[in-house]
Design a binder for this molecule. Sequence first.
Ligand SMILES: NC(=O)c1ccc[n+]([C@@H]2O[C@H](COP(=O)([O-])OP(=O)(O)OC[C@H]3O[C@@H](n4cnc5c(N)ncnc54)[C@H](OP(=O)(O)O)[C@@H]3O)[C@@H](O)[C@H]2O)c1
Length: 296
Amino acid sequence: MRRSRSLAPCCVHEHLSQSSVLTLLWLLTSPGVSVCHRAEMDRWRGRVALVTGASVGIGAAIAKELVRHGMKVVGCARDVGRIQKLAAECQSAGYSGVLLPYKCDLTKEEDILSMFSAIKSRHKGVDVCINNAGLAHPEPLLSGRTSGWKEMFDVNVLALCICTREAYQSMKERNVDDGQIIHINSMTGHRVVPSADVHVYCATKFAVTALLEGLRLELREANTHIRASCISPGVVETEFTQRLYRDKPEIASTFPFFDMKPLEAVDVANAVTFVLSAPPHVQIGEVQMRPVRQVL
Ligand SMILES: NC(=O)c1ccc[n+]([C@@H]2O[C@H](COP(=O)([O-])OP(=O)(O)OC[C@H]3O[C@@H](n4cnc5c(N)ncnc54)[C@H](OP(=O)(O)O)[C@@H]3O)[C@@H](O)[C@H]2O)c1
């Protein structure tokens, strides 16, 4: 996201209004001259973001990036120790924001509600909600265990809905009209992968695609300028596959990278700051991103 392109073209339009210039700057340079990108991210400095599933992988990379941009980030997961380690790393790197670890099991609504009330009492509320936590179990439709299906729906769909509702209510009660909700969806939310192990996982991500559009419509009906977006990555190198095949490590070691270079978690984190740095009237609906060599 940090391409070097000349700033000159966007600096010569003196006749344009300041907001037009900012928009033009953004359009000309997106997704990434660092100077413009940083300027647009400045408006989030000191504001509160919730990142679910911040202990590892994509969530950890997003949390770190937002802290680097000066945000107050509440990072939640079950393994809070790993978030504490990440918070210490952010601090020693001298990042201007702060990472606040919070232990939360997203399969439990009471945990989610307690987290939102802790955020309210300690930090007033949530301005940005990144619904990242997610998982897959290799439980096919014809033979899978209900418990595996349930956990996928609980975390990937229900927790996302609960966090979205609570984040919106938090914004509304504080008259925050420029908040942002981002779902970390997946390319599997747009086409079914022909592998029985992930059919139910695909269904949870298709649900996220539908939920995003529903959310956009409800936010519009509620007359807010709160924005909602999805980021749908293809294969990203994280613990996801090891966790998916925790009982079949031989598959985890070969699947699914084949001969291609997968996306890195930071690539997805950069897409998050790209979405956040869009001018307030621009709502990025969906970012789809794959490794160049990915087939499906
Ligand atoms: N990796 C990929 O190829 C890929 C591709 C497309 C989309 N995605 C999506 O990207 C998101 C992040 O995945 P990732 O690749 O970073 O996976 P990951 O490395 O396995 O990390 C998953 C995160 O979710 C958290 N989580 C899982 N169950 C939880 C629960 N019950 N309560 C709280 N937190 C929970 C985990 O934290 P704890 O275990 O500490 O609780 C962890 O922080 C997911 O929504 C996934 O579907 C991934």
